[in-house]
Design a protein around this ligand. Structure first.
Ligand SMILES: C[S@@+](CC[C@H](N)C(=O)[O-])C[C@H]1O[C@@H](n2cnc3c(N)ncnc32)[C@H](O)[C@@H]1O
Ligand SMILES: Nc1nc2[nH]cc(C(=O)O)c2c(=O)[nH]1
Ligand code: SF4
Ligand SMILES: [Mg+2]
Length: 216
C-alpha cells in the first residue's frame, strides 16, 4: 500500500534540473519529523516547508499496488511522445518506494528522480538522486547526482558532506516558514548562501524558483 499526499504536474524548481517539466509524486510521512506543528521544535528536521501528513492533497490517495499508483501518476503526463519525468518526494519517499515500483515505471519508459534526506537506502535504477541532509541525521548514501543542502543549519554545515560523491554541490537558502520571501532583503539565509558560495566555489546556489514564481 502506498500513501500519497499529493501529485501534480509542474516544473522542477530547484537544483540542476530547474525548469524541467515533471510530475511530483509526494509520499506521506517522514522519518525525521512526524509532521505535527507541536513536534516541530523537537524534530531532527525542524524547518520543513511541506504538509507531509495524510492523503488529502490534490491527486492524493491510497494505492493498493504498483500498477494502481503507476497508472494514476502517468495520467498526469501530457505528452505521449516525451518520456515522463517523475520526481518522488514527500515526506521521505525512500520510506515507501520499492524496487518493483521503480521497475514498473522504468518498463513504461519513465525517467525517475528522487528528493531524499539520504538516511534510507534506495532501490536501484533511479535516474537522478538529490540528497538533502538534515540536522544531526546520518546520511548513509555515499553517491548521488546532486547534493542540495539547506543552509544555514547549525548541525549540518556543508564541509561535513563533501565526502559524499556528487556531480553538483548546491546550497539552498532556508526559506522562512509561512513566507515565500526567498529573495527579499530580510532573508539572511540567502545573504549567507551568497557569501558561502563566493568563499567556497565548490558550492553553487540553488533557489526554490517555484516559490519566486508562485507555482506548485
Ligand atoms: C520537503 S523535502 C521532501 C524530500 C526529502 N524528505 C528531503 O528532505 O529531501 C523537499 C525539498 O525541500 C527542501 N526544503 C524543505 N524545507 C525547506 C525550507 N524551509 N527552505 C528551503 N528548502 C526546504 C528539502 O531540503 C528538500 O530538498
Ligand atoms: N516546483 C517544485 N519544485 C520542487 N522541487 C522539489 C520540491 C519538493 O517539494 O520536493 C518541489 C516542489 O514542491 N515544487
Ligand atoms: S526530511 Fe524532508 S520531508 Fe522530512 S521533515 Fe525534513 S524536509 Fe520535510
Ligand atoms: Mg517543496
Amino acid at each position: 500500500m502506498y500513501i500519497l499526499k499529493e501529485a501534480f504536474y509542474s516544473l522542477q524548481g530547484e537544483g540542476a534540473q530547474t525548469g524541467r517539466p515533471a510530475i511530483f509524486c509526494r509520499f506521506s510521512g517522514c522519518n525525521l519529523w512526524n509532521g505535527k506543528e507541536s513536534s516541530r521544535n523537537n524534530a531532527i528536521c525542524n524547518f520543513c516547508d511541506t504538509d507531509i501528513i495524510g492523503s488529502d492533497g490534490i491527486n492524493g490517495g491510497k494505492f493498493k499496488n504498483d500498477a494502481q499508483l503507476v497508472s494514476h501518476i502517468l495520467n498526469l503526463w501530457p505528452d505521449s511522445d516525451t518520456p515522463a519525468y517523475i520526481i518522488f518526494t514527500g515526506g521521505e519517499p525512500a520510506l515507501q518506494i520499492t524496487q518493483s515500483l521503480i521497475d514498473l515505471f522504468k518498463s513504461k519508459n519513465c525517467i525517475l528522480a528522487i528528493e531524499t534526506n539520504g538516511t534510507i537506502p534506495l532501490p536501484q535504477n533511479i535516474d537522478w538522486v538529490c540528497v538533502s541532509p538534515k540536522g544531526k541525521s546520518e546520511v548513509i548514501l555515499s553517491n548521488c547526482n546532486e547534493l542540495k543542502l539547506v543552509y544555514p543549519q547549525v548541525d549540518a554545515l556543508p564541509a561535513r558532506f563533501e565526502t559524499i560523491k556528487a556531480d553538483y554541490y548546491f546550497i539552498s537558502p532556508k526559506n522562512p516558514l509561512g513566507t515565500n520571501s526567498i529573495i527579499s532583503n530580510e532573508n539572511s539565509s540567502l545573504t549567507q548562501c551568497l557569501q558561502y558560495c563566493l568563499d567556497n566555489p565548490k558550492w553553487r546556489l540553488s533557489l526554490q524558483t517555484h516559490k519566486i514564481l508562485n507555482i506548485d
